[in-house]
Design a protein. Structure first.
Length: 127
């Protein structure tokens, strides 16, 4: 059995990782095929895909559809991911505001209700 060639650059994940780690209780981790990832409470939030071409980000199905419709040049959905609550972002996305928004939605889907409430309250007061 031939092992597939893994060709990715860790630096392609830096922007995503650095934003994701600003949310409470996130941690850097290693995921599939040794790729860098960020987890929340031990659950995968986002990672660099082993193809090196995109970043799967965990996102509820309704939000996923919204972003796929509104930003088809940034997000896509390979067949393998259709049954799972993930959206895939091309690594060349450098829209920091959009990325932060999507990662915040991802984090909120994985954090506890208490963590989300505390985060929203703090965000409102620090504005």
């Amino acid at each position: 059995m031939k092992k597939k060639t893994i060709n990715y650059n860790y630096a392609d994940f830096d922007l995503v990782k650095n934003i994701a780690l600003t949310f409470p209780n996130t941690e850097e981790s290693i995921s599939h095929e040794g790729t860098p990832s960020v987890k929340v409470r031990g659950k995968l939030m986002c990672r660099l895909h082993d193809s090196g071409e995109f970043i799967p980000i965990r996102l509820d199905f309704d939000l996923r559809d919204k972003y796929l419709d509104s930003h088809p040049e940034i997000f896509h959905l390979p067949d393998h991911f259709k049954a799972y609550p993930y959206i895939c972002m091309w690594i060349h996305c450098h829209d920091k505001k959009l990325l932060t928004e999507v990662l915040e939605q991802s984090w909120k889907g994985l954090a506890t209700k208490k963590q989300v409430k505390e985060y929203d309250e703090k965000k409102t007061t620090t504005g």
